[in-house]
Write a protein that binds this ligand. Sequence first.
Ligand SMILES: [Zn+2]
Length: 387
Amino acid sequence: MDQRKGKNSISSKRYNRGLVLRLIASGECSSRIQLSRTTRLAKMTVSNIVSEFLDRGLIEESEEELTEACGRNPRKLTLSENAPKAAGLLIFRDRIEAVLCTLDLKILDTEHVYFQELTGEKMMEYSFQVLDRILEKEENILGIGAAVIGPVDTREGILLNPPRFYGIENIKILEALKSRYPFPVYLDHDNNSAALAEKLYGAGKKCQDFLFLGISNGIGSGIISRGEVYHSIRGLSPEIGHVSIDCGGPLCSCGSRGCLELYANTHVVLNKLRSVTGLPLEFGEFFQLKDHQGAEEILSQMVRDISAALISTMNLFNPELIVLGHDCMDWSDKYVEMLEDLINEKKMAQGQERIPVRKAHFGKNAQLAGAAANVVNQVFQGKLLFS
Ligand SMILES: [Zn+2]
């Protein structure tokens, strides 16, 4: 289905409002006439929705005339600065962050707590701390979106048992947030959330099917399928870090052998780089080394390992694009291109178009913006803000 087409029935009022707001917020449409053409809604319907949005202060009409003049003086429609905001909460292995975002996912403010130890109780205490501080800064909040490391049961909103996460398991995050805050709360996996941000406003804006690959001290993924975040019926997210690239390889914490995460997570690769080169550099700095054979061999092997898991995954769902996030933002172009070459040389569907590999538009903030995107997406689907 073309996700830019409107629906012409009374029951679809909310859907159409979400759609029109998305098209304006994303800059895809900036006049009534463009909105009408894109959504195929009647001009009168679009005009009524736009008037309602102007009255509610969701959008603004600027004096600037559009060059593509069609009809009388079309004025440019943009998101209003006074439009409501989305709050986000991000739970990582080393920090908990809160964010305040506009509906077009501009980050207005952040708060964070770093830690080296954590309990389930502390995790919620820190989450409340950073969220309380963020919520004090804005009165017009639509909701809270949480993005958390996996595995997470997105259906019930429960953080299950992430490896290397201080032994914390089975925390009912959604319930805890809902009982503390008077807003709607949504929760998803951190990389699903990042994929959603990239779908709404980033590298995947024009794609219906793509994979977001987030590599840090763990390796995770988020999948956009047919324009929506892919969720299994059991609420679990795709975990590319646990795709095996060697079934006789070392034992992984998940119980399988030879999982990608054991070979290519940042911690493992960085340790190899430091011990082979003897250089106490940070991960990103190794990409800046010129003609260092030892470092290049380790980084190339990292890319080959990642390509092996990616090819298996791609052969399963044939995405249009791969988006790299997290520590992949440090990669030099040479390694991004190497990954793109490898996956395209070996993918099954050879006759098909080349699958590009791109870095995340939101960079290292993709998961953080993604937390807020979980709220914004509800608005654009007509499930929030338009009752
Ligand atoms: Zn594993």
